[in-house]
Design a protein around this ligand. Structure first.
Ligand SMILES: *Cc1c(COP(=O)(O)O)cnc(C)c1O
Length: 345
């Protein structure tokens, strides 16, 4: 029996249509700008995001770091949430590589940052201070339950940033999950943002790759940063081909993953030794912990599920994560539920 892997949507393998596209991709040397498939992907991504330009990068992490380096000089400051992926999970790259100072403000449980906190974090003109250059948002917000951030809030933050001379970057690793959940166009979610990064390699199932979008001048700078970071790729059309399939075929169906997360959450809520953080998940993630009166330990839960060939996310003591995706079908959903119900029976 195959493993059911619900640790993350990053575990998704390419679809058959992607393997076909990859095996017949037209390629060239992308460092010379001559890979037609990469060029098509970049054009398509820019259109989807309503931006002038786009740049294919190997990972979401490189996308965020290259984008932030393109916006900021050494000693500049970015305003970022304390639960942001870029702040927590990107190895301090913007500080290590760009000398960029993070001004960390609290994320609310829904992944937003209070507008007053952003306003309060913007520095005045004073030689004692770093220069505030950029606000960073994340959509959907991973650690805050995969919550989608709506258009009105994003535009409010853009207005705050722009009126103080700052830019807005969106880590939109799962921006299409947000667009589908909110029933809006992805371009609307980033209309007022100066840049956005999104991942092809998560719920969209492409094997590798992310894209940065923004205006032409910004993309030119991000392109140089990508080169500095060692992210210039050669016949990258092989993987960009899967990215094109991802954009064409895999976005609308994210609603299926959201439905599956909702259905699973409803059933898990009935298990009295589980406490869900988001009993009504908005996208494809469920977070939970064990109840105080629990018949099993965290380790027993992980091992028990493994004995049913299920891998669950256990990012830290006291917190579990389930992520639904293309390769978790309805019968896998049944198996997951059966496994949970049998564990403490
Ligand atoms: C996965 C993720 C990234 C980084 O993507 P990688 O391709 O894993 O480097 C950035 N931001 C968020 C919110 C993510 O979930």
């Amino acid at each position: 029996m195959e493993w059911i892997d619900i640790r993350s949507d990053t575990v998704t393998r390419p679809t058959p249509a992607m393997w076909d596209a990859m095996s017949s991709a037209e390629v060239g040397d992308d460092v010379y700008g001559e890979d037609p498939t990469v060029n098509r992907l970049q054009k398509e991504a820019a259109v989807r995001m309503g931006k002038e330009g786009a740049l294919f990068v190997p990972s979401g992490t490189m996308g965020n770091i290259a984008a932030i380096l393109a916006h900021c000089q050494r000693g500049d400051e970015i305003i970022i949430g304390d639960r942001a992926h870029t702040y927590i999970f990107e190895a301090g790259g913007t500080a290590a590589l760009g000398g960029i100072h993070p001004r960390v403000v609290p994320n609310e449980p829904d992944g937003t940052i209070q507008p007053e906190a952003i306003v309060g974090a913007i520095r005045s003109e004073d030689a004692h201070f770093p220069e505030s250059r950029l606000v960073c948002l994340e959509n959907t917000h991973n650690l805050c339950g995969g919550t989608p951030i709506d258009v009105a809030y994003t535009e409010q933050v853009a207005e705050i940033a722009h009126s103080a001379g700052l830019k807005l970057h969106i880590d939109g690793a799962r921006i299409f999950n947000a667009a589908v959940a909110l029933n809006v166009k992805s371009a609307d979610l980033v209309r007022e943002a100066d840049s956005v990064t999104f991942c092809l390699s998560k719920g969209l199932c492409a094997p590798v790759g992310s894209v940065i979008c923004g205006d032409e001048d910004f993309i030119r700078r991000a392109h140089r940063m990508r080169k500095q970071l060692g992210g210039g790729m050669r016949q990258a059309g092989v993987i960009a081909a899967a990215g094109l399939v991802a954009l064409d075929q895999m976005i609308d169906r994210l609603a299926e993953d959201h439905r599956k997360a909702k259905e699973l959450a409803v059933e898990l809520t009935k298990i009295d030794w589980l406490v869900l953080e988001n009993a009504a998940p908005a996208t494809n993630m469920i977070f939970f912990r064990l109840a105080e009166q629990t018949p099993i330990t965290e380790n027993e839960l992980v091992q028990g599920l493994r004995s049913h060939r299920i891998r669950i996310g256990h990012p830290r003591v006291g917190r579990f994560r389930i992520v639904t995706h293309y390769w978790v079908d309805d019968s896998a959903l049944e198996s997951i539920l059966t496994a949970f119900q049998s564990l403490a029976a």
